[in-house]
Design a binder for this molecule. Sequence first.
Ligand code: RIB
Length: 307
Amino acid sequence: MKPGISVVGSVNMDLVFRTPRMPAPGETLSGHEFHEIPGGKGANQAVAAARMGGAVSLIACVGADGFGRRSQQTLQQDGIDITHVRVADDCASGVAGILVCDDGENSIVLAAGANARLSPADVTAAQDVIGAGKLLLCQLEVPMETVQAALACAKRQGVRVVLNPAPVQALPEGMLAQVDYLVVNETEAGQLSGVAVQDVDSAAQAAQALLGRGVGAVLLTLGEHGVLAADAAGQQHFPGLKVQVVDTTAAGDTFVGALAVGLGQGLDLRAAAAAAQYAAALTVTRLGAQSSIPQLAEVEAFRAHAG
Ligand code: RIB
């Protein structure tokens, strides 16, 4: 039985330039190549959950343009229910300009477009879908009031909530107490907890501070240094997996989608985090967002080989 996962979040077309390095301010730099790749944190997490075996519904908003149509098509090819992906007639789809350097690091600039139109009314229209799922996934590329409405909708119906607070920003009072699983990177954890995350010890302190603010569990991703899982039962650090880094875009999104499917299948926090780490590690070996998210069989083969 596939676990039902709903995602309230963004859909972007990623305009990706591969470059030797980041340009300096005012500099014109010749890049290697250009790609248009479907992305957006909400859509990426939906795709990851679908490829890992979830029955996924996406609640989102796109523009009535080519990018929006292409995004919808690729989501459907992954078997995602897009009944609640609304088309806004009078604005452009969300776009992300992404620079990916030879060392795999990236920089991203967003133009929210139709993502800014996703409203609490869209959440209300999808409340039965959210209530029928095991977990709800949210990020912060859509309006905060919409995220608040989604969390409230899930909590009312007894659905567990995963929040990935990216791009990081101040959260409304009380929001963290509604979150069952908070997935953060070092920057996000530092900003939300007030503890600068530099290593596993400071990550543990930041996670403890976030648990103190009412979060059920914290998954703190540390890039090449792995993942820290923390809840009331204690903390566990999973060291990083050794892979050839091509592009880190969507690694966090893959982790979130895979984590949700594991939790929805009944795995405990630590088992779900361990499985999700393998999926995310494969993502960084490939270019792009949805182009890099692996299928379940690839993750299983990678894990069997690594183990
Ligand atoms: O997390 C990666 C995503 O962030 C990209 O796909 C881009 O669209 C931005 O939303």
